[in-house]
Design a protein around this ligand. Structure first.
Ligand code: ADP
Ligand code: MG
Length: 369
């Protein structure tokens, strides 16, 4: 368990630093960015108003994108500050934490700067809680600390899924961050009964089975690891047909072998139907990572079929990851799953380990005994 807002004691007159996840989708030109979806800002309100209703002064802090330690107008928080002051007047939002290299390197001097004049710390950024960054693990070393409502809810839902799942428990994995995600399969196999693998990830597995994959996404240094997983007792379902483009860039449907120059950008209709069946037959399903490049309608069908199965199955369903959640919403199914997690990497790591650096930091805070 992690300390909750109630464990902060009297917050009246106190200054509270709230680590929020305002890494919201943005659009428009680099020097005039606009918020494409303010869901994450509105989602922080229960925690913010719990504090302000009780007389606390709230300072929010978040990262946005990957500015890599340098000030970059493209990643400025100003549009988000403006939106926040409309819905939570008087609440301060600091400039992008990742404008300072001290955030990702967890520099003690940056932590000291962040907590200067601050009395209490709240972490409500589940999507960043797997990172040992300054704003996540630094403040609880010296300040009374608590999880915000979003973080607390994530830990409850994912904790239940990890520790007490209804079986069969299926993990459906896809997306583009191949090396990040292949690495956790081994560890997740101690929790789930089987894996369904699509998206960019599946091509490293298909390559490990010696199928030609053309120019599809692949992580060559993970092939031997994938071979090992495929030779183990793990139940791993891979696509049996693929949709993508041929060497001339034209839309094409393939079997499991891609010709030279072809690129796989979605699972094929046969695979999508097979994956949907597995989801319908499961009692718990965790989904992270789109099945294809769903932003292009030609390659969205696999992701749509999986999203629909997630909405129709009687299983307990959790979707993790920004792009997976966006896909679910785009197809109109987000209300029909049990939980949409705000973290992709964080939710995978939590399922794997049952803990995150940001959570153990909260448990070590001076107000927790
Ligand atoms: P999430 O944000 O849900 O954790 P990721 O960020 O890992 O998911 O991956 C999402 C991205 O993966 C999407 O932008 C999608 O276009 C891309 N993607 C999925 N399948 C493929 C593929 N076969 N080839 C290239 N990109 C893919
Ligand atoms: Mg993503």
């Amino acid at each position: 368990m992690v300390p909750q807002l109630e464990d902060l004691g009297d917050v009246h007159g106190k200054t509270v630093l709230v680590r929020t996840d305002f890494n919201v989708p943005m659009s428009g030109p680099d020097d005039a960015r606009v918020i494409a979806d303010d869901f994450r800002i509105r989602a922080a309100l229960p925690t913010i108003s719990w504090l302000t209703d009780r007389g606390a002064k709230v300072i929010c802090a978040s990262h946005l994108g990957r500015p890599n330690g340098k000030v970059n107008i493209k990643y400025s928080m100003v549009p988000i500050q403006n939106r926040l002051s409309e819905i939570a007047p008087g609440v301060v939002l600091l400039e992008n934490l990742r404008f300072s290299s001290g955030e990702e390197s967890n520099d003690p001097a940056f932590v000291a700067h962040l907590i200067n004049g601050v009395d209490l710390y709240v972490n409500d950024a589940f999507g960043a809680a797997h990172r040992s960054h300054a704003s996540i693990v630094g403040p609880p070393k010296s300040l009374p600390s608590a999880a915000g409502r979003l973080l607390q809810h994530e830990v409850e839902v994912l904790g239940e899924m990890r520790n007490n799942p209804k079986r069969p428990f299926v993990a459906v994995l896809g997306g583009a961050k191949v090396s990040d995600k292949i690495g956790v399969i081994d560890a997740l196999s101690k929790v789930v009964d089987s894996f369904v693998i699509g998206g960019g990830m599946c091509f490293t597995f298909l390559a490990a089975k010696s199928f030609p994959i053309g120019d599809s996404l692949c992580e060559p240094d993970q092939i031997s690891f994938c071979k090992k997983l495929l030779d183990s007792d793990l139940k791993i379902y891979l696509p049996e047909d693929i949709v993508g483009v041929d060497k001339d860039g034209n839309f094409a449907t393939f079997g499991v072998r891609l010709p030279n120059g072809a690129k796989g950008l979605d699972i094929g209709p046969g695979s999508a139907a097979a994956f949907a069946d597995i989801i319908m037959g499961a009692r718990s399903v965790f989904w992270n990572g789109p099945m294809g490049m769903f932003e292009d309608v030609r390659f969205a069908a696999g992701t749509r079929t999986v999203a629909q199965a997630m909405s129709e199955t009687k299983a307990f369903t959790v979707v993790g990851g920004g792009d997976s959640a966006a896909a679910l919403a785009q197809f109109g199914f987000e209300k029909d799953v049990d939980h949409v997690s705000t973290g992709g990497g964080a939710s995978l790591e939590f399922l794997e380990l049952g803990d995150l650096p940001g959570l153990s930091a909260l448990r070590g805070a001076p107000n927790v005994n």
